[in-house]
Design a protein around this ligand. Structure first.
Ligand SMILES: NC(=O)C1=CN([C@@H]2O[C@H](COP(=O)(O)OP(=O)(O)OC[C@H]3O[C@@H](n4cnc5c(N)ncnc54)[C@H](O)[C@@H]3O)[C@@H](O)[C@H]2O)C=CC1
Ligand SMILES: O=C(O)CCC(=O)C(=O)O
Length: 528
């Protein structure tokens, strides 16, 4: 089965090489089409969509792509993608966050140096035949204090370069440990202190509700008179009207912008400012960065299409380990098992983890369990991306507990699915080295079965002859029993039976089983 991958925005041809050489991939490149319907037509049977920043991946656009599995952003910011809408539809969103870090950091410096040495104006003057050496007096970076807001990939590279220029570097990032800032030679400070002390402020945060209009009248008022501002992150971080006022009043002595609230910018007052340097969102526009992000996105898209863990997923936590696939299989099958055995619709899932299991593994397992529970009930595609969202939408309560109590297994995942009117099912599993996922407990009875294929699950009373009669019924129907596991707590007491069968028994066979007096209930579990 091939994959149809739509490319909506121009990307580096060299970076697309992993897709071009994959025999299973068909590329539909509409990036140079003038007709806006070309994208709509291409999306009808697309498996993946790759964008840079031009294409807006809206809820409506996603509705036109019923087969879409993944959207790849060849860059960092995903603010051109409606990630919530993608998540609801089970569409994975991924980005390429590492490939353009250096390009963006160097561009922030290019902007700052261009502003400091008045290069754009001086260049224009020379081109116009003038030689105005007295007009273009700049300022040096050495000894100045740079305030870096956002100390992630780009912010920390900017800080490194600033140190090399002999600048003192202050940094503000509420999500980064102070020790990390210090190890980069950055003095961690509050945002207010950064605003008060910095000669030059450069922004490197994503655009979020918290960072929108980070630079506005009130925050500008805190800054030094004659401050310099650089923004190569997102236009929405600055209230442009407030900025225009501050530049006109001299509060801000210069501004260098690569990004604008609206792109291309329409704010004539902003564009008319002197002591300003503007570029048309070029931060990531180097040959190297574009090749990097296109390659990283191509590789990640192929991983996603082949259901392999993706490190740069935006709406899915980072895959926990190379063994993630086994964990996912275990979680999903425990969910399916519980769902198939439960009487009536589920109202709550309690997932209890015992032993050594990381936070990332727990998150993946919970999503996998929910996927197993929900896939039986819903028409819509359920996957790890939308499992939590769908559970919430359907009012399925999810409780997670993690205890360090030893169970004899390195780790154990216990799923308790609760239904209406007090019904409940409990099933636990683990991964056994060399054997893979195993179900090791059902309804409090110890068992040991791989969560595979079709399983007949029965409650019975531990009496002689029951197992023989069950075997006979299957034999008469020509159904081979691959494995039979019986769990009991005491001789002659309540017991459970799990029979892995090679063919799915029909209703008649199940009814015959129920005729056995000692058999209390029989359920068919289909684990795929
Ligand atoms: N001009 C261009 O072409 C490019 C622009 N960008 C922009 O730069 C931004 C940063 O990119 P990276 O450094 O790669 O991202 P990153 O995720 O590595 O770093 C962002 C940092 O901002 C911090 N942050 C979040 N909220 C904050 C707040 N309220 N105050 C202070 N810090 C906060 C985070 O903790 C994180 O450390 C991207 O989100 C994107 O919008 C990225 C690449 C190219
Ligand atoms: O694709 C581009 O050039 C924009 C880069 C960018 O802003 C990002 O990666 O967030």
């Amino acid at each position: 089965m091939g994959y149809r991958i739509v490319i909506a925005d121009p990307l580096s041809e060299a970076g697309l090489e992993p897709l071009r050489r994959d025999p299973e991939v068909e590329i539909i490149d509409v990036s140079h089409e003038d007709d806006p319907d070309a994208l709509v037509r291409a999306l009808r049977d697309a498996d993946a969509l790759i964008v840079r920043s031009r294409t807006k991946v809206t809820r409506d656009l996603l509705d036109l792509a019923p087969r879409l599995k993944v959207v790849g952003r060849a860059g960092v910011g995903v603010d051109n993608i409606d990630v919530d809408a993608a998540t609801e539809r089970g569409v994975l969103v991924l980005n390429a966050p590492n490939g353009n870090t250096i390009a963006a950091a160097e561009h922030a410096f290019a902007l700052l140096l261009a502003l400091a040495r008045r290069i754009p104006e001086a260049h224009a003057s020379v081109k116009a035949g003038r030689w105005e050496r007295q007009r273009f007096i700049g300022f040096e970076l050495m000894g100045k204090t740079l305030g870096v807001v956002g100390l992630g990939r780009i912010g920390s590279e900017v800080a490194k370069r600033a140190r090399a220029f002999g600048m003192e570097v202050l940094g503000y990032d509420p999500y980064l440990p102070e020790s990390r800032a210090r190890s980069l030679g950055i003095e961690p400070v509050s945002l207010e202190e950064l605003f008060r002390r910095a000669d030059i402020i450069t922004l490197h945060t994503p655009l979020t509700e918290e960072t929108r209009n980070l630079i506005r009248r009130e925050t500008l008022a805190l800054m030094k008179d004659g401050v310099i501002l650089v923004n190569a992150a997102r236009g929405g971080l600055i209230d442009e009207d407030a900025l225009v006022e501050a530049v006109r009043s001299g509060k801000v002595a210069g501004v260098a912008l690569d990004v604008f609230a609206e792109e291309p910018p329409k704010n004539a007052e902003l564009l008319a400012l002197e002591r300003a340097v503007f570029t048309p969102h070029l931060g990531a526009s180097t040959v190297e960065a574009q090749e990097n992000v296109a390659r990283d996105t191509s590789i990640a898209i192929l991983e996603a299409l082949r259901d392999r863990p993706v490190r740069t997923a935006v709406n899915l936590p980072e895959a926990p380990s190379p063994e993630a696939a086994e964990l996912l299989r275990l979680g999903e099958r425990l969910g399916t098992f519980a769902m198939d055995v439960l009487d009536g619709p589920p109202v709550a899932v309690d997932v209890t983890f015992h032993g050594e299991i990381s936070e990332a593994e727990r998150e993946f397992l919970v999503r996998a369990v929910l996927k197993g529970v929900l896939a039986r009930q819903l028409d819509v595609r359920v996957n790890l991306v939308n499992a939590r969202t769908l559970a919430r939408q359907r009012g399925l309560e999810v409780q997670e507990t993690w205890t360090s109590t030893s169970t004899g297994f390195p780790f154990l995942v216990q799923v308790r699915l609760r239904g209406e009117r007090g019904s409940a099912v409990q099933v636990s599993g683990t991964i056994v080295e060399g054997l893979g996922p195993r179900i090791v407990e059902v309804e409090g009875f110890p068992v040991d079965v791989p969560p595979e294929g079709t399983i007949v699950f029965a409650h019975h009373v531990d009496r002689p002859g029951v197992i023989g009669r069950v075997g006979m019924i299957f034999g008469e129907k020509g159904i081979n029993i691959a494995t039979m596991i019986v769990g009991r707590r005491e001789i002659g007491g309540e017991a459970v039976m799990l029979l892995a069968v090679d063919h799915t028994p029909d209703e008649d066979t199940l009814a015959k089983l129920l005729d056995i007096e000692a058999l209390r209930s029989v359920k068919l579990v289909r684990l795929g």
